[in-house]
Design a protein around this ligand. Structure first.
Ligand code: HEC
Ligand code: HEC
Ligand code: HEC
Ligand code: HEC
Ligand code: HEC
Ligand code: HEC
Length: 336
């Protein structure tokens, strides 16, 4: 029956671009943070510069759409009474120092499963099934599987008839042609796409490719994958390209220093992060250096008094890590 297997997974849907983007991680902030740093700092309390990611009006360039304010609104549909708490999405690592990465399955799926849409091929001839949350290649595979199953169930429709007319799929059949569906259905039934007659294997394969591209184009739209993934769809030399730019959500924002959430349990999250007011991913929700100085400075009139020597926050002579938002817990994410 392999004669009726439609198309091998081809990479025409900009998969090449996708892989290239993965290989060269785009900077997660704009403008990117320079490698060079201020190097004449004598005291945290007096001449330490603001964190580089908060200088020069940098914005978070993560290609995921997400508004904190909307999601923290107590009236958000699907949220528990009292609204979503930060820790629902930002659970601390076992050490308590940093936060574990965001994941679609753990933090978004419950409310947003429907936005994935259905694998809806051949204009609805095939019963729909929910799209997997995976790469474009995985989705293309799922589409092919669906088309393959369907073709195997009705081999007569896919037989090659060498004298058949040019196929004009996937259009509804011409007026008055008594298709099986029309004979069975009522007059009000929406006409479905019909499988054309194929005069060659090439024609048949081309028809399958067309079905798959149409289904992928729908998925790429702003109401599906594009709801959360920015730049999911872009014009290319031979039509629309569908790719998911690697989300690459940074899980460390200040890699040149260390920080511990556990040591600051006495503060509420929103005393350091203004998430409740943020409507856009582009905001970098980090506390400023001045906010640390309220405690990490010499004790004066009841403020300051917490340690402020360099080694509290820096390790001497370590390799300089990447200088901006980055993903260091890649392995953790993969293991989950
Ligand atoms: C309370 C914590 C804290 C203390 C104390 C502290 N730093 Fe920093 N420092 C930071 C953080 C956070 C950053 C930003 C790291 C990043 O951008 O990855 C930083 C950045 C820097 C940078 C890079 C500056 C740039 O141009 O981006 C240097 C150099 C530096 N610190 C030196 C020092 C020295 C020297 C001391 C002691 C006199 C010191 N720091 C004390 C937290 C601290
Ligand atoms: C529904 C899930 C969800 C909830 C609830 C949530 N966040 Fe987030 N948070 C995200 C996602 C997704 C990102 C990454 C995208 C982005 O940068 O906005 C993020 C990023 C962050 C970052 C990293 C810095 C940055 O600007 O990207 C901080 C800090 C943060 N959130 C703090 C909070 C705080 C504080 C709360 C509670 C007041 C909170 N979040 C509630 C999903 C959530
Ligand atoms: C409700 C928001 C939302 C929708 C809708 C959505 N995604 Fe995502 N997606 C995310 C978030 C958040 C991440 C980053 C966290 C993660 O990797 O789980 C992500 C990550 C990914 C990744 C990278 C996974 C990895 O391991 O790095 C791919 C690929 C992806 N999505 C594809 C898709 C496709 C294809 C669709 C449409 C069928 C889609 N997404 C729809 C929110 C969404
Ligand atoms: C408790 C349910 C819930 C969870 C969990 C949730 N969302 Fe939402 N989200 C909603 C609702 C409801 C809306 C529509 C709000 C509106 O338009 O008024 C929405 C809207 C959005 C929007 C469009 C508005 C905007 O903020 O840009 C995006 C994008 C989005 N969510 C992404 C995500 C991502 C990514 C995650 C996981 C990190 C997530 N959501 C987790 C319920 C949820
Ligand atoms: C004393 C101020 C402070 C408090 C309080 C605080 N944070 Fe942070 N948070 C930071 C700093 C500084 C960073 C940057 C650390 C880094 O990435 O190197 C950070 C980073 C983050 C990040 C990005 C991921 C990471 O681990 O780097 C998230 C998410 C986050 N905080 C959420 C929270 C939540 C949720 C709470 C409350 C439970 C909270 N924070 C309380 C200062 C604070
Ligand atoms: C409300 C006061 C307060 C604020 C604000 C505050 N800290 Fe702290 N921080 C402390 C105290 C108290 C300790 C514990 C000191 C100790 O263990 O001796 C501490 C510990 C630390 C440590 C050592 C953690 C460890 O266990 O390795 C670092 C690093 C640090 N703070 C960085 C920061 C940075 C960066 C900011 C600003 C974003 C900040 N702190 C804001 C009070 C504060």
């Amino acid at each position: 029956m392999s004669r009726f297997m439609p198309i091998a997974v081809c990479a025409s849907i900009a998969l090449v671009a996708c892989v290239a983007a993965l290989a060269t991680r785009p900077p997660t902030t704009e403008p990117p943070v320079a490698d060079a740093v201020e190097n004449s700092i004598t005291s945290f309390a007096t001449d330490h510069p603001e964190w580089a990611v908060l200088r020069n009006d940098r914005r978070d360039a993560t290609p995921i759409r997400f508004g904190h304010a909307k999601h923290l609104d107590r009236t958000l549909l699907g949220a528990p009474p009292g609204g979503l708490q930060c820790v629902v999405c930002h659970a601390p690592e076992p050490t308590g120092r940093a936060m574990l990465p965001i994941s679609f399955d753990a933090h978004c799926r419950e409310c947003h499963a429907a936005d994935l849409g259905n694998i809806n091929v051949a204009e609805g001839i095939i019963a729909a099934e929910m799209t997997p949350h995976g790469s474009v290649a995985e989705i293309a595979l799922a589409l092919d599987r669906k088309l393959g199953e369907w073709a195997r169930q009705q081999p007569e429709k896919f037989a090659i008839t060498p004298d058949a007319a040019e196929p004009t799929a996937p259009e509804p059949p011409a007026e008055g042609v008594p298709t099986k569906e029309r004979r069975r259905g009522s007059a009000r039934d929406k006409p479905k796409a019909e499988v054309p007659a194929f005069s060659s294997i090439e024609e048949r394969d081309a028809w399958f490719t067309l079905q798959r591209s149409a289904a992928l184009e729908t998925l790429a739209s702003r109401s599906r994958c594009g709801y959360c993934h920015t730049n999911a769809i872009r014009p290319g030399p031979d039509g629309i390209h569908f790719e998911i730019p690697p989300p690459n959500v940074p899980d460390r924002w200040l890699p040149r220093a260390h920080f511990s959430h556990l040591s600051h349990e006495m503060l509420r999250c929103n005393e350091c992060h203004t998430a409740n007011e943020s409507h856009d991913t582009s905001h970098i929700l980090l506390p400023t250096m001045a906010s640390c100085r309220e405690c990490h400075a010499p004790a004066v009139n009841g403020s300051g008094g917490a340690p402020h020597d360099c080694v509290l926050c820096h390790t001497y002579h370590t390799d300089a890590p990447a200088s901006q938002g980055m993903r260091v817990v890649e392995d953790l994410r993969r293991k989950r």
